[in-house]
Unconditional design. Structure first.
Length: 66
């Protein structure tokens, strides 16, 4: 009777470890998703800034070609 109880306890510990690891993975995925979202926002802002800065330069280049 001792061996089946030992294996049952071992299986419970294994499932508990897998549960803890699943929670940790979930938290890291949430953190990664937040970092990706922040990076996308920064890239969008940088693209807008670049477009805003390039507009006068493009207009000036268009006037010199004519």
């Amino acid at each position: 009777m001792a061996w089946p109880m030992f294996f049952l306890a071992l299986a419970f510990c294994g499932i508990a470890v897998l549960g803890v690891l699943a929670v940790r993975v979930g938290l890291e995925v949430r953190r990664l998703a937040r970092a990706v979202g922040d990076g996308c926002e920064r890239l969008a802002r940088a693209a807008e800034d670049l477009e805003r800065a390039a507009t006068p330069l493009a207009a000036r280049a268009g006037r010199t070609d004519r």
